[in-house]
Structure formats: C-alpha cells, structure tokens
Design a binder for this molecule. Structure first.
Ligand SMILES: [Zn+2]
Length: 382
C-alpha cells in the first residue's frame, strides 16, 4: 500500500494531546497501525489514564455509544452525513445530497443553517419507487413523505444540484456535480436502470453493490460504504464516501476517501480511529440477484469486527458482527451477536455469543463473498 510511504502527520492537529495525535496518526496511516493497539501501547506506556482506557474499551466494541458521544450536538438524522457536509464546507467536494423524513426536517435545517450551509429542499416525487428494496419495505417507505436536501457552499450551487436532479433528471451531470469520480458515475448510470422481474412482474433496480463486488478482485477499505445500511446507520459517519464505487478498489474513490478520512481525523479523531477499524472489518456478503422479491436488499451481509480467519472457511471474533441491510435472507433472518461464521459448500453456519447456531443453505442464500478489506482481497467462497 502506498500509505506506508507517507509520514505520520501529528503536526496538523491543533490539539496536541497524545490520544488525539495517535488517533489521527492511525486514521491517516491505518495500513501500518492498528489504532486499538497503538492506544493500548500508549496506555501501557503512560499508565492507564481513565480517558485512554475509556476510549479503548469503546473503540469497535460499542461504536453506537461512541458515535452518540462524539456527535451529541448533531441532530440524529444528520449524524451519518456529517463527514460529507464538512467536506462540502471545507471545499473538498462541491455539494452533497441528503434524504430526510418530513418530521426530521426542522431540526436538521436549523443545524445546517448554523453551519452556514446553503440549502435547497425538494420533495421526493411519489413515483420514486425504492426499487432496490423488497416489496414490503417499499410499501413502508412510500407511505412516509420524504425530502431531499441539497447542500452546497453557495445557494447557486445548491439550486443547480436540485435542478439537475428534479428538472433535468440528468443523473450523470448530478453525480459529477456532487463530486463523484466519473468512472463511478458512468458505472452507476450504465447499470442503474430498472428491469422487470419475470416471475412477479415487479420492477427492480440493478444491485450496484453486487455489480461492484463481482467486477472486483481487490478491495480498499476507503471504498467500503456497506456500513451505511447497517445496524449502526445513524450513529455517526460510517463511510469515507457517499457514492457507489465502480469497483471495490477504484483509485479515484480511494483518493476521495483518503481526503475525507484526513478531514475526519482533524474534526473527530477518536471517531475516525473507530471508523477505520469498522471499515477494515471483513464483510461476508450475499447478493440478492437470485432472491424472491420479498427479500431484495442490496446490502445483505455481516461486518465481522475484529474477526480472524482460522482456516476452513471459518471466521471467529471476540465482538459481535454488525448486521448489514434489512437483516433478512430467503434462508432465514440474520441473528444478533454473531461471533462465528463457517462457510461450507452446502451451508453457512452462524453462531452467536451464547453458542446458539443458525444454519442457511447455499441453495437459498446464493454465493457467499468475502470482502477482506484488511488483506485487500475479494473472494467468492461458495
Ligand atoms: Zn470508480
């Protein structure tokens, strides 16, 4: 990884405390440094100060609680978008696009105005069908009025985003105006067409995650946006990027993600350490492409926090896995607190912290992919 040639950047921080410096160091240099190990070593060297130990114990183990502490002053619906919003404010990207429920709008707008963001709000047309989700979920989502909020530094730019999407429906121009790499915009525009499922005659959107996984042979954690649709979804920023990457090691996306994590390390150092740990957790992923319409979900899988591969398709972890997507598969729901995954030829076995096992047939589940952001490999295991 080219990262190892970059010197650690302690000096760009205004706060000089060791924890903050270490956290930022880990964030910009994660390939060579396990953030938790660094903090443990620091705690051992300086004596276990209460603050350091508290941080260590919360890292990775309780990310939702840590997010709630770090982002306590941010309205809940905006927490996951804060890195993108700050990227716009410092000029790292030209604009961003948020999606909010009507009842969330007032608090969110007041907060965004306080940050000096230029904002344009638009109603999501009822024709928007949430075609990437299952039929029951679509009905639920359609019943709740939803709004889009376009955020930029100037009102002119925010208006332009709104116009590109709602008046001109020019998704290529919109993607570029949001600062997404042109390779990723092209991939999304080329694939992002609804097709009609033959069995149920139901329209569905191409699964852009499954497409990116299937064309990737390598994975860089800065392209990981799977946690955005997970149990942690509104806890804090959960990805360095805000778009579907064309592949899991897209170089332009890696560059964007790196800039975002550097900004994140300056704004929220402790969260950034945690985020890098989360993004580097191997993901077991199942594509919904052959599933019945009641289960469609482009994010189905488990992020195996702190897990080790012990061979024979088996992964063990001291921490519970984070469930991605709607937590449902045609072979059964994904259980809570999974600490062991065994991927066999005919079945996948999940075990939770109390030793309870759930078994899923490969026939119903389809192929299992392992996205190993740590060693950079993407593998179809079954
Ligand atoms: Zn790309």
């Amino acid at each position: 990884m080219p990262d190892k040639f970059n010197p650690p950047r302690r000096t760009f921080l205004s706060n000089s405390s060791k924890v903050v410096a270490g956290a930022s160091l880990a964030a910009v240099w994660p390939g060579k440094l396990q953030a938790t190990q660094w903090l443990l070593a620091e705690a051992a060297a300086t004596g276990p100060s209460h603050a350091v130990m508290e941080i260590v114990s919360m890292l990775a183990a309780r990310p939702a609680e840590l997010g709630a502490k770090v982002f306590a002053d941010v309205p809940l619906p905006l927490r996951s978008s804060m890195l993108q919003i700050q990227s716009v404010l410092v000029g790292n990207k030209p604009g961003c696009r948020l999606s909010l429920w009507v009842q969330e709008l007032q608090g969110a707008i007041e907060y965004l105005k306080g940050l000096n963001c230029a904002i344009v709000i638009a109603q999501v047309p009822p024709s928007q069908s949430y075609a990437q989700t299952s039929l029951p979920r679509r009905q639920l989502l359609k019943a709740m009025p939803r709004l889009r909020v376009y955020v930029a530094k100037s009102l002119r730019d925010a208006k332009r985003l709104e116009k590109l999407e709602n008046e001109r429906a020019d998704y290529r121009a919109l993607g570029l105006a949001l600062g997404y790499p042109s390779c990723c915009v092209d991939a999304a525009v080329n694939h992002d067409q609804n097709s009609v499922n033959e069995k149920g005659r139901v329209a569905r959107q191409a699964n852009l995650n499954a497409i990116a996984v299937s064309v990737s042979s390598a994975a860089d954690f800065r392209c990981n946006q799977f946690l955005v649709e997970s149990e942690l979804h509104n806890a804090a920023p959960l990805s360095a990027i805000a778009h579907y990457p064309c592949k899991l090691d897209c170089p332009e996306t890696v560059a964007l993600g790196k800039a975002a994590l550097e900004l994140s390390a300056r704004k929220w150092p402790i969260w950034t350490v945690t985020l890098c740990e989360l993004l580097r957790a191997p993901i077991v992923y199942w594509s919904d492409e052959s599933w019945p319409a009641d289960y469609w979900d482009e994010y189905c899988g488990l992020a195996l926090i702190e897990a080790r591969n012990i061979g024979g398709g088996e992964w063990n972890s001291p921490l519970p896995a984070i469930r991605l997507g709607a937590e449902q598969t045609p072979a059964g729901p994904l259980p809570q607190s999974v600490v062991s995954v065994k991927i066999g030829k005919k079945q996948v076995l999940l075990r939770n912290a109390t030793g309870e096992a759930s078994s899923y047939t490969v026939q119903e589940l389809g192929p299992t992919w392992v996205l190993n952001w740590r060693d950079g490999k993407v593998e179809k295991v079954t």
